[in-house]
Design a protein around this ligand. Structure first.
Ligand code: RM4
Ligand code: MN
Ligand code: MN
Length: 424
């Protein structure tokens, strides 16, 4: 299904008056809204190819119908999102869930939808049917050299696919770890992992980045070999300048101060990318901003402060991606909601009065500092985000338009009710 510009224009016309009134009020509350709107127009959040189908848990999966059956249909789905919000201009592929067969036609299709190829993701957490070795006891950490070699070769193959598609980064998330005390020699597991990562790092083109993601638990429940930001930092520091840490919001122990982690990694030039989602208990992979919007804002507050301190380009210098799973919602609606929440948090962070905050901090004026942050968080910036969409030809209310165009019903008509997308 394609959404036409006419659809968007008539939808916007209906909502325009109300939107304009809100925008005037917002502009009276916030300084320099023009600069914020411009930054919002430039900001793009990549969509993971594995989140376009209905997710599941180990207890079951309830497919919602019309799921993309191929990499082409996944690109088309992200194209729909991007048409609606003009903020989802990239797709992040997971190999081997999405192996491109004809690079040129896939690249042409993506370009037709205004999409780029964001970070490539390798998968050494599942065994493939034709593989000679199993990842049951880990991949890059494995005590068996043949397994390590297979996992290294897979990562290098993922880089090759990415080069063909024009991607410039590889995200490595390792399920490696142990389930029981004594199972693993931590030091050897670290050493094997480092040596394996070094081989992958050596295969990176000069303009590429390697993002090393950490996760405190799951699927291993006693230890994880890259468990937290400090452990990821220790690897990427040894690997070199092209290696950086990737922060996935759902991968921390409860109550971790993620905003502080982000700030320190940025300061050390070791923050490479982000996986957005929200959670209550673990790696729940719920819609970004659904549970802890204030935390999301505080994270963006540090991101904006830290990127500005280093003179970085907000839109280009870090990899921004959603990493979520949709068990009961329509994945496309869920992704629209996540992008919206991320944009709101970003806009709020951009609206923080930095000078006043710095002064309050220098004067140890704790109350003032809190007032400044909470004022930014409590100011409704949704009209700024909507205005950014309006100016770039997208919809004022993407979810409403998605529903009124009956996109899901159309996709079910085209693809069938019982289709299953590859992914989690
Ligand atoms: C992991 C991690 C990775 C993602 C897989 C599917 O928990 O978040 O980034 O690729 O899930
Ligand atoms: Mn992730
Ligand atoms: Mn995860």
């Amino acid at each position: 299904m394609l959404i036409s510009s006419n659809h968007i224009e008539s939808h916007n016309e209906d909502l325009l008056k109300k939107h304009q009134n809100k925008l005037v009020f917002t502009a009276s509350e916030i300084n320099d809204t023009e600069a914020i709107i411009q930054k919002l127009i430039n900001f793009q959040i990549a969509i993971p190819s594995w989140a376009l189908g209905t997710g599941g848990t180990r207890f079951g999966r309830f497919a919602g119908g019309g799921e993309p059956r191929s990499i082409e249909e996944k690109i088309e789905d992200v194209g729909l999102l991007h048409k609606l919000n003009n903020a989802s201009g990239a797709i992040s592929l997971h190999i081997p869930w999405d192996i491109p067969t004809n690079y040129n036609s896939i690249k042409a299709l993506a370009a037709q939808h205004g999409l780029k190829f964001d970070a490539m993701n390798s998968n050494t957490f599942q065994d493939q049917a034709d593989a000679s070795n199993s990842y049951r006891y880990g991949s890059l950490q494995n005590v068996n050299k043949a397994v390590r070699k297979q996992a290294i070769a897979h990562n290098i193959e993922v880089i090759q696919h990415g080069i063909e598609l024009g991607s410039e980064s590889l995200t490595i998330w390792l399920a490696d770890g142990s389930n029981f005390p004594g199972q693993l020699n931590f030091r050897k597991a670290y050493q094997n992992t480092l040596e394996s990562l070094e081989e992958i790092y050596d295969a990176l083109p000069s303009n590429w980045k390697l993002f090393l993601e950490y996760k405190c638990a799951e699927p291993n429940f006693y230890s994880t070999t890259v468990a937290d930001w400090g452990q990821s930092y220790s690897y990427v520091k040894k690997l070199g300048d092209k290696a950086q840490t990737l922060v996935d919001l759902g991968h921390h122990l409860p109550n971790a101060n993620i905003e502080q982690i982000v700030s320190l990694l940025l300061m050390e030039n070791k923050l490479g990318g982000f996986h957005f989602n929200d959670s209550k208990y673990g790696d729940d992979d719920l819609t970004a901003g659904a549970l802890k919007p204030y935390q999301l804002f505080l994270i963006f507050n540090e991101l904006v402060e830290g990127m500005d301190a280093r003179g970085m380009n907000h839109a280009k210098d870090l990899g921004w991606m959603i990493d979520a799973s949709h068990n009961i919602k329509d994945p496309l609606e869920d992704l629209l909601q996540s992008v919206e929440a991320i944009m709101i948090a970003y806009a709020q962070a951009l609206s923080v009065d930095r000078k006043a905050l710095e002064q309050a901090q220098e004067e140890n004026d704790v109350v003032k500092a809190q007032e400044i942050l909470q004022n930014a968080f409590r100011t409704d910036v949704r009209a700024l985000v909507a205005e950014a969409r309006l100016r770039s030809g997208a919809a004022l209310n993407p979810v409403a338009l998605y529903r009124s165009l009956q996109v899901r019903e159309n996709l079910i008509g085209e693809r069938g009710l019982k289709t299953l997308a590859t992914g989690l």
